[in-house]
Structures are given as structure tokens and as C-alpha cells.
Write a protein that binds this ligand. Structure first.
Ligand code: DGY
Length: 330
């Protein structure tokens, strides 16, 4: 088909989403390992009508300027902090993303991290595998003691869809739930989230779980001052974006024993540098940005990102657009 649109795709996708895209567009797929480096991303996207990217692809104003034909950009992620949204909006380019489909899966991971941290599950497994579970130490009154989750207070920072889903899990585990949001939602309050200001949440919560999007306002929202306000011995869980936390300040607070621990799925620099101070600290559970990583959810994300792209290429409204201002009727 001579006039079929050309779509640049920066990674193979699970399920049949790419086959579906291939029925209406010519696909230019990055075949390398992992994310394309910036120069390769630019050559891949140059001349394309659509771009389907991941959160690891930096879509800045320079890249957008090098791709004047682009009519639609779609990210296989809910977060769009890797995209210069202002530059895309300025030229009327719709940017698709994947909210909703990963809410419950990401909440599952946040809660799994909270439980793993509280009950020292990874540490206990390492201890067993290291051969420390001997007949002499079969069961000890003080072996690997953790924290109770039931009866504890969870502070949810950012009570959007994922924060609410975490709050529901916490209620099911018998926790009291405090929440902080710039725009508190009535439905969340009805589900048992008690909205307080951020200072009070940090001071009262035994576990603090972060669920805000990364924006200039939330970058280092959890800085040295916020960490100092946290209840001594409390634990931080982060499945949002690494830059929401000042990681150096967190490492200091943990090293000083002010906090009880942290469970982190996201980092200021990903992958985590081998010399990160976090790797040398005790009381941490660390995972490699797997919040949405279930088979079914990654398929749904792939399908939704293709739906967004196809709508954008056809001049239709994207089902989930991160910059709806590009439409006459946002
Ligand atoms: C997203 O989609 O933004 C998540 O971070 C991926 O798990």
C-alpha cells in the first residue's frame, strides 16, 4: 500500500498488538537489545508518521523537531515524564498513554513490597539459602522479627487511581489509611481514606507509599526535610518515579537508622548504579521497575498503546491522551 503510514516502534511488544498495527501501518521496529540509544531513536523516528515508545525513550523537543511528519505519539506507559508534553502540545501532537489498565497490578506490587519489607521476606530467604537455617537455629524467639502490618497506619501520598487501589488493599489488611492529595477525592474518603495534610501524614504513618506522577512540583517531594518529618522507624515504599524521592537524603536517613526501611521499585537513575549507596544498606527491598509487570497487564498496555496510536493516525481522538488540550474540545 503506497500511502500506508509508517510507524516507528522502539521495542517488541507482548501479545498480538504489533500484528494489529501491522495491518494498517508499515512498522519500523527497533531490533536492538533494550532501549535504542538517542541517536538510534532519532534515525528510527525520523520520517515516521507515528511513534510508539516506552518510558525509557527520552522524547524531548529536539527529537520532536527532527520528526516533522509525526501525527501521533503513543507511550506504552501511564507516566509521560519522559515526553516533553509542552513541546508536543505546542505543535498539536497528541500523546497517548495507558492509565487504568495497570492500576491494580501496580497496587499489587506496592503492597507486595510493603509486606516483604515489613516481614523481612527477601532477607529471610537469603538467610535460608545461605545455609544459616541449621538444627541449632531451627526456631528462635527473636529470629528475623519484623513489623506487623495489621493495625499499622499507611500514608498514601497521591490518592489517584493507584493510590486508591493500594488503600483498598490496606483496609483489607486491617490498616488505618491516611491520604494526601492536592485534590482529595470524595470517593476515596468514602472508601476509608482519611485525608490529612502531608506533614501530618508523614508524622503519623508507619508506612508511607508514594503514588504521585512525576512533575516539577513532585520532584524531590520526599526530600531531607520530609524524611526528617517521618515517624522514627517508619518505612517508605516507592512504586511511582525515583525522582519523587531525594535518594541521597533517603540513603542518609536509612544509614542513620532514622527510618525503619524502604522498598523501592523506581530510582533516580535506572538501572541503579552498581555503586549506589542504597545497595550497601540493610532494611531495603529493591526491585527493577516492575510495577506493571504482569503478563496480562503488559498485554493490555501494548493493546492500548496501539489503539491510541491508530486513533491518532486516523485523526480520531485517542482513547487516553495525556495532552487533551490538543483537541478542540479537551
Ligand atoms: C508506567 O507505565 O508509567 C509504569 O511506570 C510502568 O510500570
Amino acid at each position: 500500500m503506497p500511502d500506508e503510514p509508517i510507524v516507528a516502534v522502539t521495542r517488541g511488544l507482548p501479545g498480538g498488538a504489533l500484528e494489529r498495527l501491522g495491518e494498517v501501518a508499515g512498522i519500523r521496529l527497533w531490533e536492538g537489545v533494550g532501549a535504542p540509544p538517542p541517536h538510534a531513536l532519532r534515525s528510527l523516528a525520523r520520517g515516521a508518521d507515528g511513534l510508539l515508545c516506552m518510558l525509557t525513550d527520552r522524547i524531548d523537543a529536539g527529537l520532536l523537531a527532527a520528526c516533522p511528519r509525526l501525527q501521533a505519539l503513543s507511550s506504552c506507559s501511564v507516566g509521560v515524564d519522559h515526553v516533553d508534553l509542552a513541546a508536543a502540545t505546542a505543535r498539536g501532537l497528541p500523546v497517548g498513554h495507558t492509565p487504568g489498565v495497570l492500576t491494580e497490578t501496580t497496587a499489587d506490587l506496592a503492597f507486595a513490597l510493603l509486606l516483604a519489607l515489613a516481614r523481612r521476606v527477601p532477607e529471610a530467604e537469603r538467610w535460608l539459602r545461605a545455609g544459616s537455617w541449621t538444627p541449632q537455629r531451627r526456631w528462635e524467639p527473636d529470629l528475623l522479627l519484623g513489623r506487623d502490618v495489621h493495625g499499622a497506619t499507611l500514608g498514601v501520598v497521591g490518592v489517584g487511581a493507584i493510590g486508591r487501589a493500594v488503600a483498598r488493599r490496606a483496609r483489607g489488611f486491617g490498616m488505618r489509611v491516611l491520604g494526601w492529595s492536592r485534590h482529595p477525592k470524595r470517593e476515596a474518603a468514602d472508601e476509608g481514606v482519611h485525608f490529612v495534610d502531608l506533614e501530618r501524614l508523614l508524622a503519623d504513618a508507619d508506612f508511607v507509599s508514594l503514588h504521585v506522577a512525576l512533575t516539577p512540583q513532585t520532584r524531590h517531594l520526599v526530600d531531607a526535610a520530609a524524611l526528617a518529618r517521618m515517624k522514627p522507624g517508619s518505612c517508605l515504599v516507592n512504586t511511582s518515579r525515583g525522582e519523587v524521592v531525594d535518594e541521597a537524603a533517603l540513603a542518609e536517613a536509612l544509614a542513620a537508622g532514622r527510618l525503619g526501611g524502604a522498598a523501592l521499585d523506581v530510582f533516580e537513575q535506572e538501572p541503579l548504579a552498581p555503586d549506589s549507596p542504597l545497595l550497601g544498606l540493610k532494611g531495603l527491598v529493591l526491585t527493577p521497575h516492575i510495577g506493571s509487570a504482569s503478563v496480562a497487564t503488559r498485554r493490555r498496555m501494548a493493546e492500548l498503546s496501539v489503539e491510541n496510536l491508530l486513533a491518532g493516525l486516523a485523526g480520531r481522538r485517542m482513547p487516553h491522551c495525556a495532552n487533551p488540550e490538543v483537541y478542540a474540545n479537551p
